[in-house]
Ligand binder design. Structure first.
Ligand code: NAD
Length: 256
């Protein structure tokens, strides 16, 4: 059980982050959820998770595109035994047309925030004598797709950061690993469907089957519960010697 542990999950008012928050709470951890907004719904989500799993849950607003807000998130959390670097955005365009602002935002949110939050959390983990860094990378941390230069670069970067943090903590009871999901049906993926349909002049259903799941041999989306369950496993004692590596949850994508 993760009772007595505090988990901070970045970008967790939606999708995979929210799913991971639920599964860590189900396993007994107190949870901090986060996004850049500060709406009633955000705080209601925290109350819902708390009620469902009987743990303490707080929502802390912080913009993961900004270094100081990454540090402030971990400081406000007060404890961070489990850090899940999950915040992420996507933009799809050919390299020569890729908007510079989108490149910068993707590198900041998908890669640099993991660095800043890890830097802020490691001293707390060392003080507590236990820690887990779980980075939500992607199949795109291991392979590429056209038109996703910033995302693929950021996710490969996350995998490299994961290995480095694992080496720096190798002789301590702290591990760092990356989960590499294939396609999970979340708002991030749903938003890509109309764009891709336009680009390839296809129906949205054809985009799902022939473009998105074309890469995923199982022909099924992974679920946020499955990603959350993998995070719980990485926090278990069975995973004490698993560090500096990636776990694919991709229906066979990277076996192709
Ligand atoms: P999502 O859009 O549902 O969730 C993204 C989360 O990040 C949201 O909670 C959003 O509020 C938050 N976020 C965005 N910008 C932020 C910022 N500046 N500061 C703080 N929070 C911010 O998408 P998702 O699919 O759940 O993606 C979560 C992570 O999983 C991302 O890192 C994504 O790259 C990765 N991933 C997703 C898939 C997939 O198929 N959905 C596959 C592989 C990896």
């Amino acid at each position: 059980s993760l009772q007595g542990k505090t988990a901070v999950i970045t970008g967790s008012n939606s999708g995979i982050g929210l799913g991971v928050a639920h599964e860590l709470a189900r396993a007994g951890a107190d949870v901090v959820i986060n996004s850049f907004t500060d709406d009633d719904e955000d705080h209601k989500l925290a109350d819902e998770i708390a009620r469902e799993h009987g743990v303490k849950v707080r929502y802390i607003q912080a913009d993961m595109s900004k270094a100081d807000e990454c540090h402030a998130l971990i400081e406000k959390a007060g404890a961070c035994d489990i850090l899940v670097n999950n915040a992420g955005i996507q933009h799809v365009a050919p390299v020569e047309e890729f908007p510079v602002g989108k490149w910068d935002a993707i590198i900041a949110i998908n890669l640099s925030s993991a660095f800043h939050c890890t830097a802020a959390a490691l001293p707390m983990m060392r003080k507590a004598g236990w820690g887990r860094v779980v980075n939500i990378a992607s199949a795109h941390g291991l392979t590429a797709s056209p038109y996703k230069s910033a995302y693929v670069a950021a996710k490969h970067g996350v995998v490299g950061l994961t290995k480095t943090v694992a080496l720096e903590t190798a002789q301590e009871p702290i591990t760092a690993n990356a989960i590499c999901p294939g396609y999970v049906k979340t708002p991030l993926v749903e938003a890509q469907i109309p764009d891709t349909a336009k680009k390839y002049d296809m129906t949205e259903e054809d985009v799902i089957q022939k473009v998105i799941l074309d890469r995923q041999p199982s022909k099924e989306f992974a679920t946020v519960e499955e990603i959350g369950g993998t995070a719980v496993f990485l926090c278990s004692s069975a995973a004490n010697q698993i560090t500096g590596t990636t776990i694919s949850v991709d229906g066979g994508w990277t076996a192709l």
